[in-house]
Ligand binder design. Structure first.
Ligand code: IDP
Ligand code: MG
Length: 138
């Protein structure tokens, strides 16, 4: 049984997609172990996105991710890390297939703009452990 860390980003919360996203998770049979609405801080985001802090678009990520409350949570289930990534769809919504959350609910970013792509999910067991401990302190 794996665990993963997920978020519904501020665009998803603002657009009223919390119920839709949670419904998809429950319909799939994954268990919601933890769920919390909160405001992200630049300090937390620098740790969360440690691989992206040197990218030119990092300031846009911080602006976007601190633009309103977001939902953070932990899911458990068989192969939930990879399955949740599949349910989210590709990072750039232009590439995300219909049927995925990003493919159904998001648009490609403006050139040089932030990618408003509704959801986050850990991309490996190592990231899952790191992100769960970062956001939930365990
Ligand atoms: P992921 O969210 O699919 O795991 P990552 O590469 O980890 O994708 O990037 C984290 C987040 O940073 C993305 O979801 C997106 O919001 C933002 N991002 C990634 N690449 C770009 C980019 O090229 N331009 C603008 N924002 C980006
Ligand atoms: Mg990522």
């Amino acid at each position: 049984m794996e665990k993963t860390f997920f978020m519904i980003k501020p665009d998803g919360v603002r657009r009223g997609l919390v119920g839709e996203v949670l419904h998809r998770i429950e319909r799939r049979g994954f268990k919601i172990e933890k769920l919390e609405m909160r405001m992200a801080t630049p300090e937390l985001l620098e740790k969360h996105y440690e691989d992206l802090v040197d990218r030119p678009f990092f300031p846009q990520i911080v602006d976007f991710m601190t633009s309103g409350p977001l939902i953070t949570g932990v899911l458990s289930g068989n192969q939930v890390i990879g399955s949740w990534r599949t349910m989210m769809g590709a990072t750039n919504p232009k590439e995300a297939l219909p049927g995925t959350i990003r493919g159904d609910y998001a648009q490609a970013p403006d050139e040089g703009g932030a990618t408003f792509n509704v959801v986050h999910g850990s991309d490996s067991p190592e990231s899952a452990e790191r992100e769960i401990s970062l956001w939930f302190g365990e």
